[in-house]
Write a new protein. Structure first.
Length: 96
């Protein structure tokens, strides 16, 4: 194989390797999001794909009701769940 042929093969393989990596990472991210969307239950605090934080008050196979402020409940598609939010640990008092 001459130097020109190996350069052509390398020129073809590098973009294919990059595309493979991009597809692999995207597939992994999709699986993670689907796992979170399937594991939410009423009472969980979540963040939507739009960045809205709230607590799930009702849940069906396709929709959820999300309380975003006291007495303010909005309806979302269940696929809008981006992440579960763990409750923050209570702050301990500072000792002087």
């Amino acid at each position: 194989m001459s130097g020109n042929e190996s350069g052509s093969v390398l020129f073809l393989l590098l973009p294919l390797a990059f595309l493979g990596y991009v597809f692999w990472t995207q597939r992994r991210r999709i699986k993670q999001v689907q796992a979170v969307q399937g594991s939410v239950v009423v009472g969980d605090q979540i963040r939507t794909t739009a960045g809205l934080f709230g607590t799930i008050t009702a849940l069906s196979d396709t929709e959820m009701s999300l309380e975003v402020a006291p007495g303010v409940v909005v309806r979302y598609d269940r696929r809008a769940v981006d992440a579960k939010i763990s409750p923050a640990a209570p702050a301990s008092p500072v000792q002087d």
